[in-house]
Design a protein around this ligand. Sequence first.
Ligand code: ADP
Length: 428
Amino acid sequence: MPDLKIISLNCGSSSIKFSLFRFSDAGKNAVSPLNMDRVLSCRIEEIGTGFGSFYLKDENKTESEKKNFSNHEEALNYIFSNGGPLKNLLKKNKAGGGNGLPDIVVHRYVHGGKYYIKPLTVTGRDLKKLSELNYLAPLHNPVNLNGLKIMSSMFPLSRQVCIFDTAFHGVIPAYAAFYPLPVEYHEKFDIKKYGFHGISYAFITGLLKILDKKIKKTIICHLGNGASVCAVKNGKSIDTSMGYTPLEGLMMGTRCGNIDPEVPFILKNKLNLTDDAINEILNKKSGLLGISKKTYDFKELLKQKDAHSKLALKMYAYRIIKFIGQYAAALNGTDALVFTGGIGENSDWLRKEVCGSLSYLGIKIDEEKNAAAAKYFQSYEPLGMLDAEKSAKMISLDKDAGVKAFVIHTDEELQMAFESVLQLRLNL
Ligand code: ADP
């Protein structure tokens, strides 16, 4: 196998994040996250809003500027066009003949439904099947599909691979995945817990294995705009807080998470709302935004002094504490607790607030280490080979604590590159 160039692409509703990786000496090198060499990373935000930004980092430079794109196609065309920032890099790279093409384009795909629990190498036939999953995650899957279509037509000779966020949770046992509804709804319509953030959980689980082989049971909190918790035993998900959709579970930036299922019906009648309006309330007007009445942005909320903002933060932390308790019970104890995602990595306040209620688990964090980790991850932008020690910070007071608390920088793009190469190596 020649050297490989891999583009890992994560299309969100108004953003594109991607990295270019090189996997050298592909015939001999072990396929491991440790052997993926990140050559470049790029973020394009606020697409279509008029407040766009463009950020790119490679070995030689960091570029950060205001740049507006009206849609994803325009942004991707700009990056990969002749003279665009990536085209040159693909060419300069002697690996793979320097033909200007990536060998693999790997896409983050949020909902894989019941069919996709492994990486998928996309053929023309799959596009229709993938489009049939759109209704399962209407905010995410259509955007993922759009990115896949654009990149497939731009690089028709490259291998296009999808990695599904639901896949990591495909092994959750039925007693944890099923809802206590009439069982035929599961059998006929596959109504059950699918879970999300699986690419992130797979990365964190792999990294912990590299760091400390003794860790068998882990509770991972992935806290970003969307947020979830996962219980992992021997490398496998046994339960997670998101469900059939990414609305279940924790309180999030704009999503309510768990509420009494009667409430939407009551609101609908009281306010005479349509189903779409109810959906909009639960998904886009609730959570931190709904309670604070100010913002969905955690960092901004920490600066506010009013009672609603304080209540929002308190509720957010309280719901995490309760889920950790549930999963400590489900796992019958845990060896490690991990914080990741934008809030999990960057907010020492949140970690202190949560861990302050976990002394029953033997978790005690070192305030200095906790604050230092926040500072460290706020400016952490990995390039080159993965360094497990640099991606993780232990914040426990006692380094030999029975339950270790970690902050780990998640790297979904690296995980996707790794899984796509593994799939190629195994010839799946
Ligand atoms: P997404 O789920 O969209 O990928 P991220 O993982 O980037 O989101 O997380 C975004 C969240 O992280 C936002 O609520 C943001 O305010 C929060 N965040 C980012 N930096 C900090 C910080 N320094 N302190 C607290 N929260 C932060």
